[in-house]
Design a binder for this molecule. Structure first.
Ligand code: PXP
Length: 249
């Protein structure tokens, strides 16, 4: 089954635009769960531009689905994760000037730092997912670290069209095979929307998709519960059809 993790950072972004109390990401998590979200994803950035420490504390107490905390390899956030124990940590790179996470982690330039962060988290019993570009060299370096999951960055795929998009999809399929054959869970996310999600949900053994912007954008018009329900239906139907084609049923 392909699970849907709903990224609710965008709700906190609206709140922070006024530095007020609403909309609260905790409300968003409740409606996302009612719409069928399997997980709630939040990114506690170093600059705290959207999700705040309080949000992580409140969501840890209120979310009943899987709580996935995205973070950079930063000591005080690692300390907080170990104290609060979300269900999964996704390690991402962070640049101060970026609008959103622009690329996967670099596993080749400073692997020791990533390795020691993974070690601390795993020693505390927290499953770790690494957000990576669909680049074989990066993936192989990551697989050597024995993480529980790899989330493929689908941003380049999402921004491409036509043959270029097909080529990007093929890269995702190929590195996906490498990840699965190492016994590591396959996740994907970034830039996925109601028009392109079927292509990624159909990848064999895809386990989790993390989607934020397109769901929250649709929610402005149809409400969050409905927006999540529509995305969830697309994912489940596509994955079921793709499995049926593979097994000849
Ligand atoms: N996965 C990761 C690791 C991300 O950093 C983000 C963006 O915060 C997403 C998924 C969701 O991306 P989008 O908002 O484009 O759906």
């Amino acid at each position: 089954m392909v699970e849907l993790g709903v990224n609710i950072d965008h709700v906190a972004t609206i709140r922070q635009a006024r530095e007020t109390f609403e909309p609260d990401p905790a409300w968003a998590a409740t409606f996302a769960e009612l719409g069928g979200a399997d997980g709630i994803t939040i990114h506690l950035r170093e600059d705290r531009r959207h999700i705040q420490d309080r949000d992580v504390e409140v969501l840890k107490q209120t979310v009943t689905a899987k709580l996935n905390l995205e973070m950079a390899c930063v000591d005080d956030i690692v300390d907080m994760a170990i104290r609060l124990r979300p269900d999964q940590i996704t390690l991402v790179p962070e640049k101060r000037e970026e609008v959103t996470t622009e690329g996967g982690l670099d596993m080749l330039t400073n692997p020791a730092h990533v390795r020691s962060t993974i070690q601390r988290l795993q020693d505390a019993g927290l499953p770790v997912s690494l957000f990576l570009d669909p680049n074989l060299e990066q993936i192989e370096a990551a697989l050597a670290l024995q993480v529980e999951a790899v989330e493929l960055h689908t941003g380049t795929f999402a921004n491409a069209a036509g043959e270029e998009q097909q080529a990007e999809l093929q890269s995702l399929v190929q590195v996906g095979r490498t990840i699965r054959s190492a016994g590591v869970q396959l996740h994907a996310g970034h830039g996925l929307n109601y028009r392109n999600v079927h292509l990624v949900a159909a990848i064999e053994d895809m386990r989790e998709l993390n989607i934020g912007h397109s769901i929250v954008s649709r929610a402005v018009f149809v409400g969050l519960e409905q927006a999540v329900r529509e995305m969830k239906r697309l994912i489940v139907e596509t994955a079921r059809a793709a499995n049926g084609n593979r097994t000849g049923r």
